[in-house]
Write a protein that binds this ligand. Structure first.
Ligand SMILES: [Zn+2]
Length: 133
């Protein structure tokens, strides 16, 4: 299943960002607001700051709030297979593809790039969950 995703690029990383569905302030001057029910993920160059339960479900991730404590170096047991790791599969995809793979209506990706020298990227995923009939 591939869903259409609208992409919006913000050039001003300090611009306040509101959810286009409910109007909640979700990002302001680098501060992450309280995620609303329409926010699917908030991802930065440094990793995830937020993943909704629907997002974790869609990719078979564990809902551990990001503090999994698994240091990469400790993970090289013979049983460990990168191909089977949902986190690894996730990072083979682009943020827009994450949204496209989810059952969302009006999926919208907002990309915010901080100008050099920072060059940091921030990605917000939004969408309306489609209710299964
Ligand atoms: Zn909302």
């Amino acid at each position: 299943m591939k869903m259409p995703v609208q992409t919006i690029e913000y050039l001003d990383s300090l611009q306040a960002l509101y959810c286009m569905f409910c109007g909640r302030l979700v990002h302001d001057r680098g501060e992450l607001g309280e995620p609303c029910e329409h926010q699917v993920f908030f991802y930065t160059s440094e990793g995830f700051a937020y993943r909704s339960p629907a997002f974790e479900d869609a990719f078979g991730l564990e809902g551990d709030e990001g503090e999994s404590g698994d240091d990469d170096a400790e993970n090289d047991d013979e049983e460990y297979d990168e191909e089977d790791d949902p986190e690894e599969r996730l990072f083979d995809m682009k943020p827009g593809e994450w949204l496209a793979a989810m059952p969302l209506a009006h999926a919208t990706l907002i990309e915010v790039f901080t100008p050099p020298p920072s060059g940091m990227g921030v990605w917000f995923g939004f969408g309306l969950a489609m209710v299964e009939a």
